[in-house]
Design a protein around this ligand. Sequence first.
Ligand SMILES: CCCCCCCC/C=C\CCCCCCCC(=O)N[C@@H](COP(=O)(O)O)[C@H](O)/C=C/CCCCCCCCCCCCC
Length: 214
Amino acid sequence: MSSTEKFSLREVLVSFKSCLVYDNQDILVEHYLNGWKGLVRFMNSLGTVFSFMSKDAVSKIQIMEIYLSGEQGEHYRTFQSMVEYELRSNLVDLNKRDNHPESGCRIILCLHRVFRWLQLFLEKLRTSTEDSKISNLCAEAYSDSLANYHPWNIRKKTNDAFMDLPARNTFFEVMDVGTTEEVLDMLREAMPYASNVYDFTQALYSKHNLLDLP
Ligand SMILES: CCCCCCCC/C=C\CCCCCCCC(=O)N[C@@H](COP(=O)(O)O)[C@H](O)/C=C/CCCCCCCCCCCCC
């Protein structure tokens, strides 16, 4: 993954919109990962204080890409096929970290939990005002989602990193979408797709009792 490619929020939106297939009844792994690659590029443009986050995300994305390009790659084409393949092949650590700590099911669960943060953050951003602090919006969304799965040291490091985030107008400039109204229009367009992606993944993992993998 090239971290120097220019970020495009529009491309991220297209990726998360196009990953939903078969009438919102499955998610294409490749397109989902492309969305995350775009978001990682955006985060990298905000400064090295977030490098510990992007390193973890890149590591997870690269493991999924190895699965996709491997001998069993066809089983990793969609979320449904991945879950069914790994469960019937006993490739998921269901109750404790064992032989499969980096199963596709677990990696996608980690990214799904971050996706919940993203969904909450984007909604806060969409309804923010000129004097809203991006650091507060990020921290509130984190506290209501991903923080519940992280140990104290990660929570501390993450919340400290949020303090380095720029003001709202600068953040919008980095998003490089256009005027504030154009940013808000894109966020309004993005929210339904983000909800569909999150809701499908949540329902799939809940159906297979995979929401609390160790
Ligand atoms: C208009 C769009 C603006 C939104 C931009 C958001 C960009 C976010 C892009 C990527 C975020 C990647 C986060 C890193 C993945 C974290 C996955 C995770 O929870 N990993 C932990 C568990 O993994 P295992 O160790 O069990 O394998 C790992 O222990 C922790 C890693 C450290 C990172 C944790 C902090 C995550 C914060 C997510 C919020 C992103 C804030 C971006 C600031 C703009």
